[in-house]
Ligand binder design. Sequence first.
Ligand code: ADP
Length: 237
Amino acid sequence: MKRFSTSFQKMLGVSLIGILKCPSLMIARYGPIHPHTAPKLGYSSFVQLGRPRGVEKMQDRIEIFLGDITTLATEAIVNAANNGLCGGGGVDGAIHRAAGPKLLEECQSLGGCPTGDAKMTQGYNLPARCVIHTVGPIWRGGSHGEYEALASAYRNCLELAKKNAIRSVAFPSISTGAYGFPKDRAFRIAFQEISKFLDQSKVPEKVVIVCFSEDDYSRYTEAITEIGEADPKSREL
Ligand code: ADP
């Protein structure tokens, strides 16, 4: 765990100042952080998923990060975009602002993106080398294929990362902002799709799940714990 933490901290360009243990998660805190001036940034959990299977240990490959995805130096970050890939609010707006105008130029050359699919661009001024743009479903009550579309968005991002030999990728909580997907359900789908993919593939090596609020962070870690406690096999779908 420590070896992984050190290499990952280098990758993210932050300094690890402490590791705490709790029953189902490894919680790490990154610094320098002032608890009053930057309460939302720098908390990270290394997910511990029961007994390691084979050589790969899942807990070395998934991290929950509390903060702004545009600051992460993973090789790719995922954008929760719209069908036109024309920029917007939320995480999409933040990514375009941080990347600069060339990102929009490249996006406009891609011919849009269907819901559940993914397309890749360069990262321009972002610390991340590339951006994987995906379009999550708009929540319409749950009977319009929203669950499958959300799972598909995660899968297609990971497939695209794998195809391009991307070693580390960070995800925001797709569809849980303006698109209104109920968060607890979205968090479960996200985590299950990511763990299922990593179980079957060595690439990407690392996935960072980014939560943008303390509340999301708590709910995400709770959802993961519940998945593990309810049915350990659910992680091996
Ligand atoms: P969608 O339209 O797919 O719902 P949003 O951008 O509205 O996309 O929200 C998706 C998620 O991204 C929300 O949980 C929101 O809190 C989060 N988010 C917004 N800005 C950022 C950011 N800079 N870094 C990480 N997550 C963010």
